[in-house]
Write a protein that binds this ligand. Structure first.
Ligand SMILES: [Zn+2]
Length: 110
């Protein structure tokens, strides 16, 4: 099987609706996540940050860092091809707990 390019991976993430905007109501707070192969990644749009390992390791090697989740997020947002979910502020804490757990699990995977 041919090795897939990172562009393919980015397109898959977008076309499969794995870039997600979580809108909390009534506060209007917004959180972006991208669902990777091993779980969810948190995207911090103001800092150009992604919680995945690839991002972390490229940050250690060079000053600027990126990963294909971050790239997928940018393209998805521009072309408005993301899933949008409304969540009650009441569920914010639970949402964050589950997300943190998923991220932690991926870090421990190695
Ligand atoms: Zn990433």
């Amino acid at each position: 099987m041919k090795k897939r390019s990172s562009n393919d991976l980015i397109n898959d993430l977008i076309n499969e609706g794995r870039v997600k905007l979580h809108k909390f109501q009534p506060s209007g707070r917004e959180l972006w996540t991208v669902i990777g192969n091993y779980g969810d990644h948190l995207i911090l749009i103001n800092d150009d940050y992604c919680s995945c390992r690839g991002f972390y390791f490229s940050l250690m090697r060079q000053k600027s860092s990126s990963c294909y989740h971050l790239k997928a997020y940018k393209i998805a947002k521009q072309s408005k091809k993301y899933s949008s979910i409304e969540i009650s502020d009441y569920d914010y804490e639970t949402f964050f707990k589950l997300l943190t757990k998923s991220i932690k699990k991926q870090i421990e995977l190695d």
